[in-house]
Design a protein around this ligand. Structure first.
Ligand code: GAL
Length: 674
């Protein structure tokens, strides 16, 4: 559990009382009680308040705030306030200001605007974290330390350029090695001096957001940028740990956030926390997948839902209200996938600037007679009742999906074969095939130990990092089932093609050889035609985007293309390798094909759904001390029923004993203890 001081699911969120007067703060405390709120994230954007100039620090207001929250039964998630630098710092030390990809130096404004390689930013951010930790190290209210806020963005300033060269020197040692890794013989890019290397921006190698002339340098820049920010985080992390070694330190992540390699970051986070902002049209499977990724960052360890809106956002084009019941449903969905906290942005709605139309527990009207407050209070009451029952429980999956940031960067920086290839969308198609049947799945990295899994799926494993092919081979040889897709096994970790036939290092295990890759226009389709019935699959299905033209080298053909000059060539194959099997899906088939394919493969492996339930009803599982908690989440607006079969269960929320055919209201939740 995150803290024995609060042995329940933390409930609360971001709180910015510095925007209000004392009377309002007192009123907030009264309302927090009514809502069952027991934690407040404070000090996120208060750097300018805490430090009005270079040498003065004012923490008096924070002392009072922390004390008054604590006295009223509210614990604290204490941020370090470095999410936005003060205006005086930007004026006096312009090195804190970033340079954008078009080479424009920013001025003061907005947030997340500090250059990660600015000596000034590093000095003062570390210093304030140090001072805060020293001051509040023994305060009983502080349960979690929250470094900065949603790290992200990039910078192309001279400091970053110099730091990039240092980073490269460390990585490659010699220019010869770097020239080889980036294949700089192409277009006469050979470097003879480290200082000739400039950052890949729109002024040099990159063209807009997507393409680059030199994948090698762009890929290394993405790694370097992620590392630069991680180094800033580590400075603050270490400053806190110096004073409070046993502290729980985190920073709030953002799910599938492209710029930062969260698997690398996770090693320096005591607990993962993240901000979940689905819109009205986000499919529940996407939110589920993002939660599973967050759980996967630390090998299944429970994480914190640090932020979600109780009602609406302000930054989406159309900021719909969460319909009645949806906030509760989404909160439990996050818990179902491994969260041990439910927290909001924000507890009270601002009156000025761009977040004044962002939802809050306490709205502009200022009292508790609102739909949103009532829903928040109901959930608060339920979480009090559930107490510590679910804390530390784990989701146990037999299937895993591999996700890799370097692979993501490399795929989407690639010039060709198609602009339509979106890595996360491909991951989601396979994830949805599990989700649609309520089969539990973990999101894992290439470093994860695969031995706990029976089935591993790695959609578009374009980049094969050193050692990963051998690891997969060992997994399959020992009886595991592996599935990968088109555009896999193409390059090494430097984005250099593995010659000798695609899918390179995966070729032997997959028993195939890919000769060519066809890219289809958006309205151009081909067909995947089953040779024989395969599970429920039969006949033909639509496919598109990319079609690999392949030859088998020992693999069995399950389906072939139905059209074009490659009609009759294999589209889906299966290869027996050691005691296991390796599947290859050579194109991008329609979702129903993948649903049935995954159903067949999971059934063959004996991987069971958590429960069979009607469409739109998600069932996820967490397990603790031999007890399973099945979260039944009805994402439909209508009441539906499902069959418990032989199971008998108590619903943790209502206390009802359930068996046989069970009904669940639209957008309702049941947590079955079985
Ligand atoms: C998050 C951020 C919060 C707030 C929120 C609004 O990204 O961490 O500070 O801005 O968005 O949705």
């Amino acid at each position: 559990m995150i803290s024995t001081k609060l042995p329940k699911m933390f409930y609360g969120g971001d709180y910015n009382p510095e925007q209000w007067d004392q009377a309002t703060h007192q009123e907030d405390l009264r309302m927090f009680k009514l809502a069952g709120i027991d934690i407040a994230t404070i000090n996120v954007f208060s750097w300018a308040k805490n430090q009005p100039d270079e040498i003065t620090y004012n923490f008096g207001w924070l002392d009072e705030l922390i004390d008054s929250l604590y006295e009223s039964g509210v614990y604290v998630c204490l941020a370090t306030s470095t999410g936005a630098h003060p205006a005086w710092m930007a004026t006096k030390y312009p090195d804190v200001l970033r340079v954008d990809k078009d080479g424009r130096k920013r001025k003061f404004g907005g947030r997340h605007n500090s250059c990660p390689n600015s000596p000034t930013y590093r000095l003062y951010s570390e210093r304030i974290a140090d001072k805060l930790a020293e001051r509040y190290k023994d305060h009983p209210a502080v349960l979690v330390w929250h470094v900065s806020n949603e790290y992200g963005g990039d910078c192309y300033c001279d400091n970053c350029e110099r730091a990039f060269r240092v980073w490269l020197k460390e990585k490659y040692q010699t220019l010869d090695q770097l020239n080889r890794a980036w294949n700089t013989a192409f277009w006469g890019h050979t470097f003879y001096d480290w200082d000739e290397i400039v950052l890949p921006s729109n002024l040099s190698e990159e063209w807009g957001d997507r393409y680059t002339n030199f994948q090698g340098i762009s890929l290394d820049y993405s790694r370097f940028n992620s590392d630069s920010m991680l180094n800033c985080y580590k400075l603050e992390y270490n400053a806190i740990k110096k004073h409070v070694p046993e502290s729980v330190v985190t920073t709030n992540l953002m799910g599938f956030f492209k710029q930062l390699d969260y698997f690398k970051w996770a090693k320096y986070m005591d607990i993962i926390s993240w901000d979940s902002y689905p819109s009205l049209t986000t499919p529940p499977s996407e939110t589920a997948m993002a939660n599973d990724l967050m759980r996967g960052l630390k090998d299944g360890m429970p994480f914190m839902l640090m932020e979600q809106t109780p009602s609406q956002q302000n930054w989406q084009p159309y900021n719909s209200l969460k319909r009645p019941g949806v906030m509760r449903l989404q909160s439990y969905q996050t818990v179902a996938h491994g969260a041990d906290t439910v927290m909001f942005f924000q507890l009270r709605r601002s009156i000025g600037a761009c977040e004044k139309y962002h939802g809050a527990v306490i709205e502009h009207v200022g009292h508790e007679n609102t739909r949103v407050f009532r829903e928040v209070a109901q959930l608060g009451e339920e979480l009090q009742r559930i107490g510590d029952r679910l804390l530390d429980s784990r989701a146990d999956a037999k299937a895993a999906i591999v996700f890799d940031w370097d692979n993501w960067w490399a795929i989407e920086k690639s010039s060709g074969p198609t602009i339509a290839l979106n890595y996360v969308q491909q991951i989601h198609k396979y994830y949805a095939a599990f989700y649609n049947r309520n089969v539990q799945v973990d999101m894992v990295s290439v470093d994860t130990d695969l031995s706990a899994y029976d089935l591993v799926v790695a959609p578009v494993l374009y980049m094969v990092k050193p050692g990963f092919a051998e690891k997969l081979e060992a997994f399959v040889e020992n009886g595991g089932t592996f599935l990968t897709t088109f555009f896999s096994g193409i390059v090494n970790e430097n984005d250099l093609v593995t010659v000798g036939g695609y899918p390179g290092e995966l070729r032997k295990m997959l028993g195939i050889w890919v000769e060519e890759i066809d890219a289809l226009f958006p309205d151009q389709k081909n067909k995947v035609v089953l040779k024989d019935k395969f599970g429920k699959l039969q006949g033909s299905y639509e496919c598109g985007m990319l079609c690999d033209l392949l030859h088998t080298e020992g693999a069995e053909v399950i389906a072939e293309y139905g059209e074009d000059f490659y009609k009759g060539m294999p589209a889906v194959t299966r290869h027996t390798f050691g005691k296991g099997e390796a599947y290859y899906v050579a194109t991008d088939p329609e979702q129903c094909f993948l649903d049935e394919l995954i159903e067949k493969i999971t059934t063959d492996k004996g991987i069971q759904p958590n429960l069979s339930a009607p469409s739109g009803v998600e069932v996820s599982r967490r397990v603790k001390d031999g007890i399973s908690y099945l979260f039944v989440l009805n994402h439909n607006t209508e009441i539906v029923s499902y069959d418990l079969g032989q199971l008998e269960a108590e619903d943790l929320i209502s206390g009802h004993q359930l068996s046989g055919t069970v009904s669940i209201e639209g957008r309702d939740v049941q947590i079955l203890e079985v």
